[in-house]
Design a protein around this ligand. Structure first.
Ligand code: KG4
Length: 338
């Protein structure tokens, strides 16, 4: 009999459902929420309401695209946290109800494990996957971590941000330049047209493998504030150079910790995950770094960088194989690391 896992993701503003059959991805449906654009950030209450509207059609569509009848499912994996509590409640309640209705196991998944294990999603039998142990640079809107992944169930955080995440640095700096939310993809696009050596922003000096992005954010804001005093059109005139210089500084900060972590851990495989791993500059820089160090770089397809249920189904698949099932009474959680 086949092992068929339905994955459900609702941690922030994307409602997603995916089906993995015997380790192969059969479908991955994502409904993004446009309602937040007008507010310049995700509005939690609106997010949960839209999840409620989306969850039934999204799950139905994922099953339809996979050609799977719900009665053939082996288990249901869902994101338990971290994320927005209201949003998580929608996916959690739906997953529990469906697991009870079908009398199949429920599997809770840590959203961050999903990002780290996204590299095991196979779309065809021949797709390659990383070898354990590997390092994963997990960079998203809420996290920046260097994770040593010994197995799907054994992960150690070597470094984490002590303040803002890399995605927040992108989004907050984009906001003060008047770019739409989320700003990361806009900075990525504009950076390709700019001169990255034009502006210098401050870089952190903290020990170990930890990250900090709040100093960069402050120095970016000061540059804008001081320049606007003498030229009100400063941002408009220099947007591409500002974006290119900001992106380069973020990449320099990320690599300054990742490089020694790769060398010290002695891993042969290095992966990136999370929304910021969609960034063109980050992807190029990691590929180059790995090339120089003689390690393999695992750069995910862009559709698996931002929130998606395929990674939840994948992490759930590992747990299913390990018979690691969840109690129906588990509440969602808003905050945690790996
Ligand atoms: O993993 P993710 O979808 O979810 C959260 O952590 O919420 O990451 C979202 C983050 C946002 O900060 C967004 O600006 C950033 O990923 N992002 C990017 C790019 N695409 C998404 N940042 C830089 N360049 C991109 N191309």
């Amino acid at each position: 009999m086949s092992d068929i896992i339905l994955g459900i993701e609702s941690s922030c503003d994307d409602t997603s459902a995916a089906v993995i059959k015997d380790g192969i991805l059969m479908s991955n449906v994502i409904a993004s929420q446009k309602v937040h654009e007008a507010y310049g950030g995700v509005v939690p209450e609106l997010a949960s309401r839209v999840h409620q509207q989306n969850i039934v059609p999204v799950v139905s569509e994922a099953l339809r695209q996979a050609g799977i009848d719900r009665h053939d499912l082996s288990a249901i994996a869902y994101t338990r946290g971290p994320g927005l509590l209201g949003s998580l409640h929608v996916g959690t309640s739906f997953a529990k109800g469906m697991a009870i209705g079908l009398n199949i196991p429920l599997i809770d998944v840590n959203h961050l494990h999903g990002h780290v294990l996204a590299h095991f999603i196979k779309e065809t039998e021949t797709d390659e996957t990383p070898e354990f142990p590997y390092l994963c640079l997990l960079i998203s809107g809420g996290n920046s971590q260097i994770v040593l992944v010994r197995s799907p169930f054994d992960m150690e955080i070597m470094g984490r941000t002590i303040d803002d995440a890399a995605g927040e640095a992108f989004d907050k700096c984009a906001k003060v330049m008047g770019l739409p939310y989320p700003g990361g993809p806009h900075i990525d696009r504009l950076a390709s047209e700019g001169d990255a050596s034009r502006f210098k922003f401050s870089k952190p000096h903290i020990p170990g493998y930890d990250y900090s992005f709040s100093g960069l954010k402050t120095s970016f804001l000061y540059t804008l504030r001081d320049s606007i005093k003498t030229d009100p059109d400063f941002v408009e005139k220099n947007k591409a150079d500002l974006c290119a210089s900001l992106q380069k500084t973020i990449i320099d900060i990320l690599l300054a910790k990742l490089k020694p972590a790769i060398i010290e851990s002695g891993v042969k495989d290095v992966a990136i995950g999370g929304g910021v791993s969609a960034n063109s500059g980050v992807r190029d820089a990691i590929a180059k770094l790995c090339d120089n160090l003689g390690t393999r770089a695992w750069i995910p397809a862009r559709k698996f960088t931002t929130d998606n249920a395929a990674m939840v189904a994948m992490a759930g698949y590992f747990k299913y194989k390990n018979k690691d099932f969840s109690d129906l009474g588990l509440p969602p959680f808003a905050r945690t690391s790996i």
